[in-house]
Design a protein around this ligand. Structure first.
Ligand code: CA
Length: 233
């Protein structure tokens, strides 16, 4: 878990030297400590020794693959893992998310985008460490988990139970992709084999209750082919 009295340490697993150094430079400039390794075996070995606060993991590595690294780390840690994938490697991204990775960026990415993702995932990780947090808040929404109440731009809004659970699942992943599979499993249970249209119908209902313009959603956005993402402040 991330301590508050030191800079978070990011493990960068990247075999392209120029890219790794650029990532290092930009993360260090933001105040993070950075360790770079260039292959999967080193990544697993170094993570076991140093327990970094976040792992930025290229999927295309020499030797042990990024997916195998992801699997190995996830077997022993809840550390946030951001995958770095090639533009045409959507299947790898999905496989990685199923193996427990938290997020991904696609090459080529801007350093500004990368730093934002790192920051969001670290924030999420430190939030996850506080089990008694019972209110999820964004710029427009306030979801009180213990009272089961939603406030939208200051006014109370009624949600049905599944709508509430769905919004909670999205807000807990604020700024990050929530895959269709993860949402269905979390809201309807791992044994749910129904039509995935159920998810889309519920998304539509929640959008009608929280979006200023449900036909042009700004809070619950669609990530084509993968799922949804909550984005708000
Ligand atoms: Ca690579």
């Amino acid at each position: 878990m991330m301590a508050t009295d030191r800079a978070p340490i990011v493990l960068v697993v990247e075999d392209e030297e120029a890219l790794a150094e650029s990532v290092r430079y930009n993360l260090e400039r933001e105040g993070y400590a950075v360790e770079v390794v260039t292959n999967g075996m080193s990544a697993v070995r170094r993570f076991r020794a140093a327990h970094h606060d976040l792992v930025l993991l290229d999927l295309m590595l020499p030797g042990m693959s990024g997916l195998d690294v992801c699997k190995a780390l996830r077997a022993e840690s809840v550390v946030p893992i951001i995958m770095v994938s090639a533009k045409d490697a959507e299947a790898d991204v999905v496989a990685g998310l199923e193996l427990g990775a938290d997020d991904y960026v696609t090459k080529p990415f801007s350093m500004r985008e990368l730093v934002g993702r790192v920051r969001a995932n670290l924030r999420r990780a430190s939030f996850g460490a506080a089990p008694d947090a019972e209110v999820l808040e964004s710029a427009a929404l306030r979801l009180d988990l213990s009272r089961h109440e939603l406030t939208v731009r200051g006014g109370p809004v009624e949600l049905r139970p599944k709508e509430f659970e769905l919004l909670e699942a999205l807000m807990r992943r604020s700024g990050r992709l929530a895959t269709r599979e993860a949402l269905i499993e979390e809201v309807w249970g791992p044994g749910y084999f129904g039509d995935t249209k159920t998810l889309d119908v519920h998304i539509k209902r929640v959008r009608q209750k929280v979006e200023e313009d449900p036909h042009n959603p700004r809070l619950i956005v669609t990530v084509r082919g993968l799922g949804y993402k909550f984005v708000d402040g």
